[in-house]
Design a protein. Structure first.
Length: 222
């Protein structure tokens, strides 16, 4: 794969008590304004960032969100013609937020190749500053009282051949709640993602249904 995926890979921090790890990272890049993302419901507007000529998309797959089986979060890096980062965004509960507001931490280091992003405990939305997480009213409740509430919750394209009953979904809910509920420490530590964990999005999209089936087999005993 193009070395650019590693050269610009964001630096990720997660809560010290975070029960889930990044499983794989799907990668894609887009060079035309208005192109639709392969893995997120959006089109890219390069004009939002001065000089941007392409966007690098990192799609982080985790087996679980604290409230459901399956999780996919994103970071987008916008690069100009000289290879300098001119913009960045992180996925936030189905939307995306600016990650280069100079009023917050997580700014591009001096080498201008890697931004720093913080993963919301349990939910994994990406923000440039952990203080912003307190804007989410269920920051703590989602990890404890509301853990597991959605059971299996994944886009249709990943579960079109996976069918579970309501009672089986209740088992998924209980499994998540019983095994992963936690109280966030709100202290963050850098996570290591190996080069082997990065792959083209097309390859990861094929693996995701397999990952889901493995977890369901573990939970349902089938």
């Amino acid at each position: 794969m193009d070395r650019i995926v590693y050269e610009y890979a964001p630096i990720i921090y997660m809560d010290k008590r975070e029960p889930f790890k990044v499983r794989k990272v799907g990668f894609a890049q887009y060079c035309e304004d208005g192109t639709r993302s392969l893995s997120f419901n959006r089109r890219f507007d390069l004009k939002n960032f001065d000089g941007a000529v392409r966007v690098l998309e990192y799609a982080y797959y985790l087996n679980y969100d604290i409230q459901h089986l399956y999780d996919l979060e994103h970071i987008w890096i916008y690069i100009d013609g000289e290879g300098k980062i001119v913009g960045a965004e992180g996925s936030y509960h189905g939307r995306f937020l600016n990650a280069m507001n100079r009023s917050f931490d997580g700014k591009v280091p001096k080498d201008e190749k890697n931004i720093t992003m913080y993963s919301q405990p349990g939910k994994h939305a990406f923000l440039s500053d952990p203080r912003l997480m307190y804007l989410y009213s269920e920051l703590y409740a989602s990890c404890d009282r509301l853990a597991g509430i959605s059971g299996l919750d994944a886009p249709e394209r990943f579960i079109k051949d996976i069918h579970i009953s309501e009672s089986e979904n209740e088992k998924v809910i209980r499994y998540i709640r019983d095994n992963f509920s936690f109280v966030p420490s709100m202290e963050f530590e850098k996570v290591n993602i190996s080069e082997d964990d990065y792959m083209p999005w097309e390859d990861l999209s094929v693996k995701i249904p397999v990952f889901i089936r493995v977890e369901l087999s573990k939970i349902l005993g089938s």
